[in-house]
Design a protein around this ligand. Structure first.
Ligand SMILES: Cc1cc2nc3c(=O)[nH]c(=O)nc-3n(C[C@H](O)[C@H](O)[C@H](O)COP(=O)(O)OP(=O)(O)OC[C@H]3O[C@@H](n4cnc5c(N)ncnc54)[C@H](O)[C@@H]3O)c2cc1C
Length: 291
């Protein structure tokens, strides 16, 4: 199918972008990488009167390091995250996750701002934003605000973003020293959306676990943080058998849906298995047994 007719506006700065959104009174959509929006336009699942193309805003694609965090411009492409030495050094779990996002052709176009704003229930970037405690910086003609990833994802394809708002930057705290990580995903074919994926980080101090984070995608309408499972690890010694302890807690924390690709029961089973592997790898990395 072809999209319904729309007006096409190209902007070269954020002020013009949010002015165009504001003037459209809810009838406009931002066009970033177009990898989710264009299919939705073609199927006429969305029929915006105006597309605001932000691809020519020059200072919206960057990866910068400060003392404590990594700042990423909303227009940064998935592949730039995947190959960035800064991300590899400070957020290696994110580099690993990016290799699972679609095919390279899509990763060359798709953007972090687009993926987070679109919030597909099986996408990797929303779960990574939750895992890494990211903050989204949001601009509209009314001003600026920041939203924690933990508050941003409301439902499938639904986020805390008004029609006149635009995500401009994502700030992510660097992982602390002594942190190990694991990322596990199963998809029907390489580079398909996940049937289930799990990311875990484990931070140790004095030989004991001081912080643990576990997030999942593909197992609910939004990304899930498995807080009860995390609590089971706190204060424990670094032993890989601990990974088994969190599996039941993760399975209890999720309510996967049955769809064309997999049943709810299968996804729950898979989530447990992948959690065991991701946590076990994270524990081995903290202990220095895995690179
Ligand atoms: C065949 C195929 C396979 C895919 N597989 C995967 C996969 O395995 N994992 C995965 O995570 N994704 C996958 N994707 C989706 C891909 O990652 C998209 O790039 C991503 O979901 C959207 O990013 P985008 O930049 O293309 O956004 P667009 O398609 O341009 O926009 C998506 C939505 O976000 C809004 N938007 C965009 N940028 C902003 C912004 N800065 N502020 C506010 N709103 C904004 C748009 O208005 C639109 O509503 C796949 C896509 C395809 C076509």
């Amino acid at each position: 199918m072809k999209p319904a007719a729309f007006e096409y506006v190209v902007v070269d700065n954020v002020t013009r972008a949010v002015a165009a959104l504001s003037e459209a009174h809810g009838e406009a959509k931002i066009l970033a990488g177009g990898q989710s929006l264009v299919p939705m336009l073609n199927f006429r699942l969305v029929k915006p009167a105006i597309l605001v193309d932000i691809n020519r805003i020059p200072d919206l694609a960057f990866i910068e390091e400060t003392d404590h965090e990594i700042r990423v411009g909303a227009l940064t492409r998935h592949h730039q995250l995947e190959i960035s030495p800064v991300i590899a050094r400070h957020l290696p779990v994110l580099s690993a996750a990016m290799t699972h996002v679609a095919h390279l052709a899509i990763r060359n176009r798709g953007t972090i701002g687009g993926s987070l704003s679109h919030a597909d229930p099986a996408a990797e970037l929303p779960m990574m934003a939750l895992l890494l405690d990211a903050k989204l910086h949001i601009v509209s003609h009314r001003g600026k605000r920041a939203a924690a990833a933990s508050d941003f994802f409301r439902d499938a394809l639904t986020v805390d973003l008004a029609e006149d708002e635009m995500v401009t930057e994502i700030h992510v705290p660097k992982l602390p020293p002594g942190t190990g990580w694991g990322f596990e995903e199963v998809a029907r074919r390489a580079d398909d959306f996940a049937l289930a994926a799990v990311a875990a980080t484990v931070t140790a101090s004095g030989g004991k676990i001081s912080e643990a984070r576990i997030t999942l995608t593909g197992v609910g309408r939004t990304p899930v943080r498995a807080k009860e499972a995390e609590t089971l690890l706190l204060g424990e010694k670094l032993e890989t058998k601990l990974a088994g302890r969190v599996i039941a807690a993760v399975r209890a924390a999720i309510t996967p849906e049955t769809d064309l690709h997999a049943s709810s029961d299968y996804r729950r089973h898979l989530a447990g298995v992948l959690t065991g592997r991701a946590v076990s790898t994270a524990l081995k990395r903290v202990a220095g047994d895995v690179e």
